[in-house]
Design a protein around this ligand. Structure first.
Ligand SMILES: [Zn+2]
Length: 107
């Protein structure tokens, strides 16, 4: 079972207490942007086997959105952080690099 620690209330919540929100750190493209960029924003999502950054909501807790870095193959969690963070925090990236030397980075 996937267990994520909510960075707001500190609760270690099981997956059933959380609501998934898809890929984290999407760059949004709106009206006036090139069709290719808008299409990629709307429909293209990463689906890696390995390190992934995701949005989650502590639905049956404080109700707040947060971001999580985890491995989709092993469910290992590298860390969670507030949803307003625009890039993965350096300490979480360092933790991933230490455990997954072949990881190519989040972009
Ligand atoms: Zn919470």
């Amino acid at each position: 079972m996937l267990i994520l620690e909510c960075p707001y209330c500190g609760v270690k919540a099981e997956e059933t207490e959380l609501a998934p929100g898809g890929e984290a750190h999407l760059k949004r493209f709106g009206p006036g942007s090139p069709d290719e960029d808008f299409e990629a924003y709307m429909f293209a999502r990463k689906n890696p086997k390995g390190v992934h950054f995701e949005r989650w909501r502590h639905a049956y807790g404080c109700g707040k959105w947060f971001l999580a870095a985890r491995c989709t193959a092993t469910l290992e969690v590298f860390g969670t952080y507030p949803a307003q963070t625009t890039e993965p925090p350096a300490d979480i990236v360092a933790k991933i690099m230490a455990k997954r030397p072949d990881w190519k980075g989040y972009k």
